[in-house]
Write a protein that binds this ligand. Structure first.
Ligand code: HGY
Ligand code: MN
Ligand code: MN
Length: 401
């Protein structure tokens, strides 16, 4: 009989966490270093201490519960920060399940040859940088990304100051790869595949690469009433045309890939002023790095062909990452022992595992997302699926240990 987590204790934790930063429509709002995020992190450490576990906060602000044993550490984790107006499960499920695995092992008095550590990574979602904490652990924080982070320099500097972290010390969070026995992450699928096929557990084969750019279109502002249509250099129209053309280019030329303009702002932003400037947040993803190179070239050319000047600022670059076959096998075996169906699939979402994969054998398991919805208050996963995921996480951790 494979060991199982305490489902009621897990549920109590999940519900308590979901109340922190809860939004009116059933989601959560816990952007990095917001009050709600800091409250969630304090709550996590308190739960770890209540379970008799050690706790640790590193130089990148990663928060951990630790069950010390052997010299090498098996990391189990995810993230407590959320996107704006996000869902309750993205990241949070993986962190509370990781904590529950440590408690279950601790309660069972299992003597493992490795230390187990449940870790909440700082700023996975990119309110400030994206994969900030996991990149720091992997020793691969890109200096150019810190110089021009997705959330802007000011937000990064203010955020770090708010929690007393030093940018120059973030790199001190680096772990010696020889000290890591592996990395495992339970996460909701955030897509439609498992639910559509009626499969219990997704075994993640790889994670998409993605690139983010801030684009600034500059035309000419002017009087909305007296400037003839043919005399305008309207940055707003140029930007809007780009958004539609970018979508068409990727749908037509890059099947299976995605492109998103997540925000667009016209300046000066008045009814009666032709927008002289338009700022866009552009992001696109593929499982294949060469394809990302091709998309980048075509999309940036397209931006330059809208009749106004365009400035391009790279603000994020996450590599497409294959995940470890041995870890996939451990997940597959744990699911089979529990009589759960599995399916291999890639991840269209980015995850901390893509940073950890550079320094430790890393793997992820997914549980179904209702309607494939995520990054929305409508995000939902059936509780039975959450418990299945936690039990498979436990089984895979024991197999890897
Ligand atoms: O953006 C992503 O794919 C992840 O949720 N950070
Ligand atoms: Mn997310
Ligand atoms: Mn996530």
């Amino acid at each position: 009989m494979p060991p199982r987590v305490d489902a009621e204790r897990l549920r109590a934790d999940f519900e308590a966490l979901s109340a922190i930063g809860a939004t009116a429509d059933g989601g959560v709002e816990r952007p990095t270093f917001s009050d709600a995020h800091l409250e969630a992190r304090a709550w996590f450490l308190e739960r770890a201490r209540a379970a008799g576990l050690e706790t640790r906060v590193d130089a990148a602000g990663n928060h951990s519960a630790v069950l010390p044993a052997g010299a090498r550490t098996l990391l189990l984790g995810s993230h407590l920060d959320s996107v704006p107006d996000g869902g309750r499960y993205d990241g949070a499920l993986g962190v509370v399940a990781a904590l529950e695995v440590l408690r279950s092992v601790h309660d069972a008095g299992l003597a493992l040859p490795v230390t187990l550590e449940a870790i909440d990574f700082t700023d996975e979602e990119g309110t400030l940088v994206g994969l900030l904490g996991s990149w720091a652990v992997a020793g691969s924080l890109p200096p150019e990304t810190l110089a021009a982070p997705r959330g802007g320099r000011d937000a990064l500097v203010a955020g770090l100051a708010r929690v007393g972290l030093e940018e120059s010390h973030l790199a001190d969070a680096r772990r010696d790869p020889a000290s890591l026995a592996g990395y495992l992450e339970l996460h909701i699928e955030q897509g439609p595949v498992l639910e559509r096929e009626g499969v219990d557990i997704g075994i993640v084969t790889g994670i998409v690469g993605s690139r983010s750019f801030r684009l600034m279109f500059t035309g000419a502002s002017g009087h909305a009433g007296t400037t003839p249509m043919e005399a305008r250099r309207d940055a707003g129209v140029a930007a809007a045309a780009f958004v539609v053309a970018a979508r068409d280019l990727v749908v037509r030329g890059y099947p299976g890939c995605v492109v998103t303009v997540g925000s667009i702002a016209f300046e000066p932003g008045a009814f009666n002023v032709i927008p002289g400037r338009a700022r866009l947040a552009l992001e696109f993803r593929s499982l294949d790095s060469d394809e990302l190179d091709a998309m980048e070239a075509e999309l940036l050319d397209l931006a330059g062909a809208q009749g106004v000047e365009v400035e391009v600022e790279p603000v994020g670059h996450w590599e497409a990452t294959p995940l470890d076959a041995e870890v996939q096998a451990a997940i597959r075996g744990a699911a089979a022992a529990l009589g759960l169906s599995t399916r291999d699939l890639p991840s269209g979402a980015g995850h901390d595992a893509q940073a950890l994969a550079a320094v430790a054998r890393s793997g992820m398991l997914f549980v179904p997302s209702q309607g494939g919805v995520s990054h929305s208050p409508r995000e939902h996963t059936a509780w039975e699926d959450c418990v299945n995921g936690a039990n498979v996480l436990l089984g895979a951790a024991l197999a890897l240990a």
